[in-house]
Design a binder for this molecule. Structure first.
Ligand SMILES: [Zn+2]
Length: 382
């Protein structure tokens, strides 16, 4: 298939280029070798690489407030809900997502169905059960471990066929008795888990709200720090530590801030300015950011990344091009898919989204995709 007369943003440049996209066997190619290839005039539509959400929970229902109730419908129904969420995501232009935790590995089943073309959805990479402390953040997912047991939990994820490892380095909000400020493990434990994961070729995504946990994760050399909330005893965002930032920058750690569309409710000037300053300082130190929403937590819907990106841009102080890179080429690189997706380039998976207006000029356009192409397959938006 040859899509002609497009304005193409390749995932990296600062502007769009007029041109055509040629797709064969699910990939972009430079020219078609098929003389009977179909040619379609796209009338100047705008094409960008498919969007990537680096932090979702496919098994969670955003309308369910009680974290213990998510498994109540039973495995079959929850699997069906995951399929429905996946379909809505790809229809919204999200062609890849990284799942950072669940309890029953049902998202891994749907991952495989999507890869086999049996169900439509984003390409998924999944972490399975996050490693957490006894009674720690999201312990109900089954990944509880004392410091000594952490590697055993990692090994169990490996047997289940995960793509990466998720570790709850600090506490979190949704778990009763868990505090975001607190580190859950000894320094040495975090270092050891990361070392074992790397030996198996896994990335590690580290859930970190507290500044001490961010330090542990950064010094252990995790791949991505999730949330990165700079929480100390004085509250959210208030314990920004430049020494930890340099540690992250030196170790090439990406930050996945999980800023979702719901952050629009934070209209307090003090809070906004504090968050913006933290991101300004991180950016100045060379930290790279990726787009993520934590979809699945209460009121954060799986298909809402397009709505989240303008809000992310606002809080993190990113231009439209920067935020789009964070949701395409940079995100793909951070999650280990930098040679596969996130760019419009021959040899890459034909994952792209078409819009009637230029998203580099107005990010709000992302909410209204004209058409989505996922691994060469055309999908009607919804
Ligand atoms: Zn999460």
């Amino acid at each position: 298939m040859r899509y002609e007369n497009l304005n193409i943003w390749d995932g990296e440049s600062t502007s769009v280029q007029q041109g055509a996209l040629v797709v064969a066997d699910g990939k972009f190619v430079s020219e078609s070798t098929d003389p009977n290839d179909q040619v379609r005039d796209m009338n100047g539509l705008f094409a960008i690489p498919g969007l990537i959400d680096a932090h979702v929970h496919m098994c969670l229902d955003p309308e369910e407030k009680d974290p213990l109730q998510h498994t109540a419908p039973g495995r079959e129904k929850v699997t069906e809900y995951i399929r429905q969420r996946a379909a809505m995501m790809v229809r919204a232009g999200i062609t890849t997502a990284r799942d950072l935790g669940g309890g029953e590995y049902l998202e891994l089943d749907v991952r495989d169905e999507i890869a086999a073309g049996k169900t439509i959805g984003p390409r998924l990479i999944c972490a399975g059960q996050p490693i957490t402390s006894v009674g720690g953040h999201c312990h109900f997912w089954g990944g509880e471990a004392t410091d000594e047991e952490t590697v055993a939990v990692l090994e169990r994820q490996r047997e289940k066929g995960v793509d990466l490892i998720k570790m709850m380095v600090t506490g979190g909000n949704i778990t009763p008795g868990s505090r975001p400020v607190d580190s859950q493990f000894k320094d040495q434990t975090v270092t050891n888990v990361v070392a074992v994961a790397k030996r198996y070729g896994y990335h590690v995504a580290a859930h970190c709200h507290g500044t001490d946990g961010i330090r542990q994760a950064a010094s252990a050399g995790v791949t991505t720090v999730e949330h990165c909330s700079w929480v100390g005893e004085s509250g959210w965002g208030k314990t920004f530590d430049p020494a930890v930032v340099s540690l992250m920058a030196n170790n090439g750690v990406w930050v996945s801030p999980t800023i979702n569309a719901g952050w629009k409710r934070f209209t307090q000037k003090d809070f906004t300015e504090m968050v913006q300053e933290n991101y300004r300082n991180m950016k100045a130190a060379g930290i790279r950011l990726i787009a993520s929403t934590d979809a699945g937590i209460p009121n954060v819907f799986h298909h809402d990344l397009p709505r989240a990106l303008p809000v992310f841009a606002h809080f993190a102080g990113l231009s439209a091009v920067e935020v789009l890179r964070a949701a395409t080429s940079d995100c793909a690189e951070a999650i280990g898919l930098g040679d596969i997706t996130g760019r419009i380039r021959p040899g890459y998976s034909a994952d792209f989204v078409l819009y009637e207006e230029n998203p580099l000029i107005n990010l709000e356009v992302l909410e209204k995709p004209f058409m989505v192409v996922s691994r060469g397959r055309e999908i009607q938006p919804g």
